[in-house]
Ligand binder design. Structure first.
Ligand code: MN
Length: 245
């Protein structure tokens, strides 16, 4: 009998990255941690496009989905979530700058905590195969009951659609109308915004100011500065309104 091929591996993750260039962890294949609560994290990733990477610890890896608009606490808002390659467990602590190559941009640890499937023991892998995973999050920003549901496969079983899921909040104590990405935009780990994370790499920041080039990272940096300025304007506008009343 041949060895069981593991369902989850870091092969695709590693094949996409050059670890002599990126600060991202190479990762080790960790055995499942038994009864310890499984971790989850969401990384806000300013790359070519801003998105939020939802990651759920399972079977020694982080199952991953990229959510372009980020999570919504409103059960009526279904958010597209593209399944991406499994990431190493160590990735759940990563915050930093990816200078060039796959995922070029700035990664912020936006939320973290623990998660569990709602039907304990029924099998996460089976739920993933079926295309519906119901789960609870216990993070700082996100809590309560959620679902990931795979969208219907295109006729003829088109492969690309296998990666397309939606993320939905269930109605509970933690659902509501507030835009959580808007009211809680900063890092849960360091309270930094993208420009502040970037400042840990003064070499990159200085060359950006000097060259004004149009590379992928330079576009990301300009966007990070714009987002910061927009937030500062919003804070000032709020102060003025308060001073008048
Ligand atoms: Mn990403």
């Amino acid at each position: 009998m041949g060895a069981r091929k593991p369902r989850h591996s870091l092969e695709e993750y590693r094949s996409k990255r050059r670890f002599d260039r990126t600060p991202e962890p190479r990762g080790t294949a960790k055995p499942a941690r038994g009864k310890a609560p499984a971790r989850f994290c969401i990384q806000k990733h300013l790359a070519t496009r801003l998105h939020y990477d939802l990651r759920l610890e399972h079977d020694g890896v982080l199952l991953s989905w990229a959510v372009p608009k980020g999570p919504s606490l409103n059960p009526r808002e279904k958010r597209l979530a593209m399944r991406t390659e499994d990431h190493p467990i160590e990735y759940a602590d990563f915050e930093g700058v990816i200078p060039e190559g796959y995922g070029t941009g700035i990664v912020m640890l936006w939320d973290e905590g623990t998660w569990r499937p709602r039907d304990d023991g029924a099998g996460i892998d089976r739920a993933l195969e079926k295309g519906k995973l119901d789960f609870e999050l216990d993070g700082y920003k996100l809590k309560g009951s959620w679902s990931l549901v795979r969208t219907a496969r295109a006729a003829g079983g088109e492969r690309s659609s296998d990666r397309s899921w939606i993320l939905i909040k269930h109605r509970d104590h933690w659902s509501g109308e507030v835009d959580v990405t808007e009211v809680a935009p900063l890092s849960i780990k360091t309270d930094r915004d993208f420009t502040e994370i970037l400042s840990e790499r003064p070499d990159i920041w200085e060359s950006h100011r000097a060259t004004r080039s149009s590379g992928a990272l330079e576009r990301v940096i300009r966007r990070a500065v714009e987002m910061r300025e927009a937030r500062e304007r919003a804070v000032q506008a709020k102060r003025k309104t308060r001073a008048r009343s």
